[in-house]
Design a binder for this molecule. Structure first.
Ligand code: NDP
Length: 300
């Protein structure tokens, strides 16, 4: 029997619907409108697309969206001055600086200049520390989306063996913390891991965040395992025509879906959850800053 396909588009739409409902109530009952500011430095086309879609989603959720498009040669002090202004703007509850930044800007310095309470990407060192010590924090959007999909599929994750492949600061490491928080027994694999197939074979839950097309093979999986494929890799697709490409994940979907119990597709799995969680984080930040109860199920 084939695996259940975990439909990230559907679930992300449900999360966005829930956010929109809370935003509508916040506005009508308390006169509060959550606001998200997105800062883009330079003209990287992929980043421009991300920023536009974030802005559109924010408006669709009934929130205030502010975009700051800065020239590629913006100085660090100019960028820090803008962040300071946004930190002090009470109509802005979330600040996101689109990464990567141009090389002359110090990413760590810029990210850590954001007020941790408005850090909706969850990359500020204070939020990293809070998450790492099991306390309330702003949680990075992609791993938060993976956690929501897993909770929705399994109910409780307690006691499950989980393997996270990848240890980046934006996906792998926070994912590990979230799974520990939900009482999984977690193994972290990376490029130096010996016998990765054997490590993966132990897992009830596999989260692949590597960036290598179709690396995780079907026969690496424990039958019935749940597979969350974070990878987004563009590969040539000559079958679609000359010069055509398509997106694939880090997991060999076709073979894996014959062994797994449940699996996320690429596209249409984790991807849509990332923006949904950005909206959820903005709402959470707004509720916390106004001392209003946070909606349940929208954070870790
Ligand atoms: P990074 O390149 O920062 O990290 C990749 C990780 O994979 C590293 O920890 C690396 O190990 C590990 N790795 C590399 N090769 C191997 C290997 N052969 N075996 C085991 N582990 C390996 O990537 P990100 O975490 O930023 O992203 C991972 C993937 O997720 C990418 O495809 C990216 O596009 C996608 N992504 C998707 C998002 C979404 O919204 N769906 C959001 C963010 C990312 P080491 O540390 O030893 O080098």
């Amino acid at each position: 029997m084939g695996a259940t396909i975990i439909d990230g588009r559907d679930f992300a739409a449900a999360v966005r619907g829930k956010v929109t409902g809370h935003v509508t109530r916040l506005a009508s009952e308390q006169g509060i409108v959550p606001g998200l500011a997105v800062v883009l430095v330079g003209e990287d086309p992929a980043s421009q697309v991300y920023v536009r879609s974030k802005g559109k989603a924010t408006v669709e959720a009934g929130m205030k969206s502010v975009e700051h498009n800065l020239a590629a040669d913006t100085s660090e002090s100019e960028l820090l001055a803008l962040i300071d202004q946004l930190n002090n703007d009470s109509s802005i509850h979330g600040i996101l600086v689109q990464l990567p930044l141009p090389e002359h800007l110090n990413e760590g310095l810029v990210v850590n200049a954001i007020d941790p309470a408005k850090d909706v990407d969850g990359f500020h060192i204070s939020n990293v520390g809070l998450l790492g010590t099991g306390r309330k924090s702003m949680v990075p959007c992609t791993p938060l989306g993976c956690l929501m999909l897993l909770r929705n599929h399994h109910g409780s994750l307690s006691g499950l063996d989980a393997v996270v492949i990848g240890r980046s600061n934006i996906v792998g490491r926070p994912m590990v913390q979230l799974l520990i928080g939900d009482s999984c027994t977690v193994t972290v694999a990376h490029s130096r891991t010996r016998d990765l197939p054997e490590v993966v074979r132990r897992a009830d839950v596999v989260v692949a965040a590597v960036g290598r097309p179709a690396m995780v093979q079907g026969d690496w999986l424990k039958p019935g395992a749940t597979v969350i494929d974070v990878g987004i890799n563009r590969v040539d697709a000559p079958e679609r025509g000359v010069g055509k490409t398509r997106l694939v994940g880090d997991v060999d979907f076709e073979r894996a879906s014959r062994v797994a119990g449940a699996i996320t597709p690429v596209p249409g799995g984790v991807g849509p959850m990332t923006i949904a969680c950005l909206l959820a984080n903005t709402l959470t930040a707004c509720c916390r800053s106004n001392g209003v109860p946070e909606p349940e199920g929208l954070t870790a």
